[in-house]
Design a protein around this ligand. Structure first.
Ligand code: HXC
Length: 514
């Protein structure tokens, strides 16, 4: 028996080395960690249980039968993060560049299947040269099976991808289907075709980093949700993200203890919205003051900055926050903001995370660029997402709620549960100036003193509509609140809404405007 145990240990020692020490050294020289080092840094100490360490590829072509590495370029198993179980895979670039073979794909699909049965999140650490070229169509089939599994798991368990090396060709579509993508600056890239093919096809000269680096995808394309400076930050980010979300669609996010007896009045909130309605202010400051311990975990912070999305806790309960940002483009809703907001709202709704909407929105962005790129259908995504969401939904209007954007941003009419307004709120079809110029056009132009007439009409309009009272008269606003008491109101609302039950009509699936 001892001999057999020794033999087993020898095999395991070999497997732990992946493609060998020389390849590990190259990985380190590139500033990258190995697949096993990454797992160690990501999960709770000593919690990783590996499976399928002995899997090998079955390819005999191009001399591959003579090159065998236990595990076949991907480490799979189960571990704990913040004490809660997850399934994970970590691609090992030291083995055939982490390329995906038939067996490699089978290992990933196997842990995804188990994760679905167990109802636990799936975390993928990607570092791969793509389909294993020597295996041909078999590896493409392997990818397709992963894509299918990602799709079936969508909305059942959270799926998180970290891109820690190359990710090219169709391989990008597995992370793209998952809920959140983390990228590391300078050593991770995602593109459908690399710079060389781009040059041949479009004659554009572009670097790897500009085409598909972390900052590009976190700020220009919106493909990545996080661009981190190094791998350690990525693992901290994943741990933090998981702390706000539940294990699966039937579960609730962990609720933390919160001292309800302490004074929850926040006087600073009374002074944050400027008197002049056209002056910007930073909505993040308001969010920071409202969430427990000023701890706001922002998502896609460098993309479509006119809308803010992220997680925080209100009275110990995890909530998804969607907020207009008056400090960027006056908080207007454009295509990117709508798509960013919609995807986040749908994630929260899929996973029972209540929504808090902080609203100061002048409307949708006009112009040919927006119209020709489909602001109608793209804006409809956000509208659709809020309409279909059945989780607790609370809105606070801090200032502007104009036009269609008023309807979209979780208004009462689309099942907002509690809709509050600050006294500074202006709930109207449009801003006073635009409105007066349209409805009193004739009167103003025929007046002997158009300026005076405009001022008089503006004052009348502001009196009538640039406030929250006419909306509150009809019950479209449940309460007009002093800003300093917002935290208390929110805690009470979300606590009450814990027992909320709502549903949508039975259907195969909805048809969100894509
Ligand atoms: C087999 C691969 C491989 C692959 C890399 N290797 N990619 N082996 N299949 N796809 C091997 C290399 O031969 C090398 O082996 C080792 O991994 C490390 O690769 P290097 O090239 O030395 O590393 P580096 O210079 O860092 O370059 C990494 C790279 C490059 C940018 C990923 O290797 C590369 O361009 N690979 C091909 C990428 C690609 O075109 N893949 C197919 C995409 S199509 P040795 O033994 O020398 O160490 C695709 C379709 C998916 O994936 C479709 C899904 C629907």
């Amino acid at each position: 028996m001892n001999k057999k145990i020794e033999e087993l240990n020898k095999l395991k020692r070999g497997a732990l080395l992946g493609g060998g020490q020389d390849k590990i050294d190259i990985q380190h020289e590139k500033g990258k960690l190995t697949a096993r080092e990454r797992i160690e840094l990501l999960v709770d100490e000593g919690s990783f249980e590996e499976i399928d360490m002995f899997v090998k590829h079955r390819s005999k072509d191009f001399g591959l039968d003579k090159q065998q590495f236990l595990g076949d370029g991907v480490i799979t198993g189960f571990a704990k993060i913040n004490g809660r179980p997850i399934a994970l895979f970590s691609q090992d670039f030291t083995v055939f560049g982490g390329s995906l073979s038939e067996s490699h794909a089978e290992k990933i699909v196997k842990i995804m299947d188990l994760a679905l049965k167990l109802g636990i999140p799936i975390v993928g650490l990607n570092d791969s040269g793509g389909a294993r070229i020597q295996e041909g169509v078999v590896s493409l089939g392997g990818y397709a099976e992963i894509f299918l599994k990602n799709t079936l798991a969508s909305g059942v368990v959270p799926q998180i991808s970290a891109i820690l090396g190359p990710c090219a060709g169709g391989a990008v579509y597995s992370p793209a289907i998952t809920d959140f993508i983390f990228m590391v600056k300078h050593s991770s890239h995602m593109f459908v075709t690399g710079p060389n093919v781009v040059k041949t096809v479009t004659h554009e000269e572009v670097s790897f980093e500009d085409l598909g680096g972390a900052e590009t995808h976190a700020s220009k394309s919106g493909v990545a949700h996080f661009a981190m400076d190094n791998e350690i930050e990525i693992f901290e980010g994943i741990r933090k993200l998981l702390s706000f979300i539940p294990q699966n669609y039937k579960d609730m996010a962990p609720e933390l203890n919160f001292d309800l007896k302490k004074d929850l009045t926040i006087e600073q909130l009374n002074d944050l919205v400027p008197e002049n309605p056209n002056r910007p202010y930073d909505m993040k400051e308001i969010i920071r003051l409202l969430v427990d311990n000023e701890d706001f975990f922002e998502i896609q912070k460098n993309f479509a900055e006119n809308i803010i999305v992220g997680f925080g806790r209100i009275g110990g309960l995890s909530v998804g926050i969607v907020a207009n940002q008056p400090a960027v483009l006056a908080g207007v809703l454009d295509i990117n903001a709508s798509v960013k907001g919609a995807r986040f709202v749908r994630f929260c709704d899929a996973f029972n995370i209540p929504l808090l909407v902080m609203e100061d929105v002048p409307g949708f962005l006009p112009g040919t660029e927006q119209e020709w790129n489909g602001i109608i259908k793209q804006g409809a995504k956000l509208l659709f997402a809020f309409c279909e969401a059945t989780v607790p939904k609370v809105t606070v209007i801090t200032r502007k709620a104009y036009g269609g954007a008023y309807d979209v941003m979780n208004s009462k009419h689309i099942r907002g549960d509690f809709n509050f307004a600050w006294p500074s709120a202006e709930i109207a079809v449009m801003g006073p100036k635009g409105a007066v110029e349209i409805i009193f056009k004739k009167e103003i132009s025929e007046s002997e003193n158009p300026e005076e007439k405009t001022a008089q009409k503006l004052s009348e309009y502001i009196q009538k509509f640039a406030n929250p009272y006419s909306a509150a008269e009809r019950g479209y606003i449940d309460d007009i609140i002093t800003p300093s008491e917002t935290k208390i109101k929110l805690i009470n609302a979300f606590q009450l809404l814990k027992t909320k039950v709502d549903s949508n009509p039975p259907k195969k699936h909805c048809n969100i405007p894509l």
